[in-house]
Ligand binder design. Structure first.
Ligand code: HEC
Ligand code: HEC
Ligand code: HEC
Ligand code: HEC
Ligand code: HEC
Length: 404
């Protein structure tokens, strides 16, 4: 009896396994389900690796190394999220976009289900290239040749095919920086930087490249003469991925604080206004990852250094992920949009006061970082403004004088 039930159980297991396997395999359809096909090393080059491009293109390489593109695979948060069962196979396709960087070749999806990819080992998988994330070749190699903006002027160690359409912001950048899809009830992708830019005032004058790859005249390879080139820092928020990486910073917001006097009268309100305007970004601030936010802190201290009053304001989105992904609030600033914060404590006691105004850009909140066990060396935010004012409150009628 025992044996029969065991056999039955085994049979049952077998049939359910068969059923799970048996659905039809459907082809990949969405663009982010597909990878850039396997590339051969272009003629004249030792490998596809960034370090090897760097032998001849040292300045491009040194800049790229500091970019978040170079850390798109090694990023601790990405690695933590990738390990979760809820993360489908195509998470890696924008972070390590070349087939050469991926251990498996995905042939299709059983029943079209993103959690049932049909995989095959990739015999040409290059683990070193994988570590480089969005490496030079991810943008510059297609059909086994180097793609460049000019095509070069002959006589290069590697042939170049000119393709300004491929290298355009519209095709290259937006391909990864715009994805709006609800994949499962708890998993929504919302990177809308491309759409935000197209809807904004910069769409006709400046594109992703004009702001994130600034032009600079220098040598592409030492000894080949100066030309118009582009920075490869891909500077963004400037919040580094590791506390050992020195990132460059771009700020979208311009700040217009109101004046603070040298002396106030007892009983008078401070009347401090702080205006922040999205002046420099070609999209909303923050953009991209919905976990980003900006905090504004206004703190008033008394003579003893104790906090008398504190105000915190926040710009960003708030999401609820369970039971289904839902955006709760969103006060990100459109290009040109501004906010005005008022900090108006009433100054009762006479004496010397100090006020501190700080603005911080955050990549993700502390709770989430702890949940993902990102450790103490994962920078969560940077401070972009720190302004201190000191002033006096006196009993007399002599209030006035501007704070320097
Ligand atoms: C042996 C040296 C060497 C190596 C290695 C090398 N390049 Fe080049 N590359 C050159 C030279 C030389 C030029 C032309 C420089 C000039 O015009 O001033 C060039 C030009 C380019 C251009 C500009 C083409 C254009 O259309 O203007 C791109 C893009 C480029 N290389 C990408 C790469 C990438 C990506 C790698 C690595 C996969 C790489 N190179 C490796 C020597 C090299
Ligand atoms: C293959 C996909 C892909 C392409 C192509 C791509 N990006 Fe990215 N980009 C990413 C990913 C993924 C990240 C985030 C990596 C991370 O945070 O670990 C990123 C990060 C950035 C950041 C930094 C964000 C920050 O502050 O942390 C900027 C700026 C940026 N990209 C601009 C560009 C521009 C401009 C182009 C076009 C020239 C471009 N990207 C092309 C995928 C891509
Ligand atoms: C007019 C200049 C401008 C244009 C055009 C522009 N950006 Fe930005 N971008 C910025 C600035 C400034 C920031 C820094 C915002 C901040 O953190 O204060 C930024 C930040 C970013 C970030 C980091 C996320 C964040 O909130 O800091 C990404 C990713 C990004 N840009 C991608 C793009 C892409 C993709 C395009 C093209 C569709 C683009 N940008 C077009 C100026 C621009
Ligand atoms: C996210 C995509 C991306 C990555 C990654 C990337 N590049 Fe580029 N690169 C571009 C674009 C776009 C241009 C063309 C700018 C233009 O002229 O429109 C360019 C231009 C160049 C040029 C021509 C000169 C110039 O600066 O305009 C060279 C050389 C070059 N890249 C080398 C490299 C090397 C070496 C790496 C890796 C260390 C690399 N690139 C990584 C997008 C990328
Ligand atoms: C369509 C391309 C694309 C796909 C697919 C994609 N990402 Fe990304 N990912 C990006 C871009 C672009 C950024 C940078 C956005 C920014 O900095 O504003 C990014 C950034 C990230 C970051 C860093 C966030 C931060 O604050 O710096 C993590 C973590 C991440 N992605 C995880 C994932 C996971 C998990 C999946 C699968 C569910 C996934 N990605 C699929 C394009 C993609």
């Amino acid at each position: 009896m025992k044996r029969i039930s065991l056999v039955l159980f085994a049979l049952m297991l077998f049939t359910t396994w068969q059923c799970a396997k048996k659905g039809p395999m459907l082809p990949l359809t969405k663009k982010w389900e597909k990878v850039v096909p396997q590339q051969e090393v272009p003629a004249g080059l030792p490998s596809l690796k960034a370090a090897d491009c760097g032998i001849c293109h040292p300045s491009h390489y040194e800049e790229w190394k500091l970019s978040t593109h170079a850390h798109a695979w090694s990023d601790l948060q990405f690695q933590a999220e990738l390990k979760k069962e809820s993360s489908p196979f195509m998470c890696i396709n924008c972070h390590i976009p070349l087939q050469n960087q991926q251990e498996y070749i995905v042939k299709g999806l059983i029943d079209g289900d993103i959690y049932q990819p049909v995989r095959e080992k990739n015999p040409l998988f290059d683990p070193e290239l994988q570590k480089e994330g969005i490496t030079c070749a991810a943008c510059h190699v297609r059909d086994n040749v180097i793609i460049g903006p000019t095509g070069g002027n002959g006589n290069l160690p590697h042939p170049v095919v000119k393709d300004t359409v491929h290298l355009s912001s519209e095709n290259l950048c937006i391909n990864c920086h715009n994805a709006v899809a609800v994949l499962t009830p708890e998993l929504a992708c919302t990177f809308e930087t491309g759409d935000e830019w197209k809807a904004g005032p910069f769409a006709d004058e400046k594109d992703c490249k004009s702001c994130h790859m600034e032009p600079i005249t220098r040598e592409i390879m030492p000894g080949f003469g100066e030309k118009l080139t582009h920075r490869h820092y891909f500077t963004g928020s400037g919040i580094p991925k590791f506390d050992t990486v020195q990132t460059t910073v771009l700020n979208g917001l311009a700040f217009y604080p109101s004046e603070v006097l040298e002396t106030y009268q007892a009983g008078e309100p401070l009347n401090y206004n702080f205006r922040a305007k999205n002046e420099h970004a070609g999209h909303r601030v923050p953009t991209g990852d919905p976990e980003r936010f900006i905090l504004f802190h206004f703190t008033l201290f008394d003579v003893a250094g104790d906090t008398l009053k504190h105000l915190t304001e926040r710009i960003g989105e708030e999401w609820e992920w369970y039971p289904e992904a839902k955006k709760l609030t969103d006060n990100n600033l459109d290009p040109g949009e501004e906010v005005n914060y008022r900090f108006t404590p009433v100054l009762q006691d006479t004496g010397q006061y100090r006020m501190l105004v700080r603005v911080e850009k955050h990549r993700l909140n502390k709770a989430n970082a702890e949940y993902n066990k990102l450790g103490d060396h994962y920078p969560l935010y940077i401070e972009i403004l720190n302004r201190e004012y000191t002033f006096k409150v006196s009993a007399e009628e002599t209030a006035g004088g501007a704070n320097p």
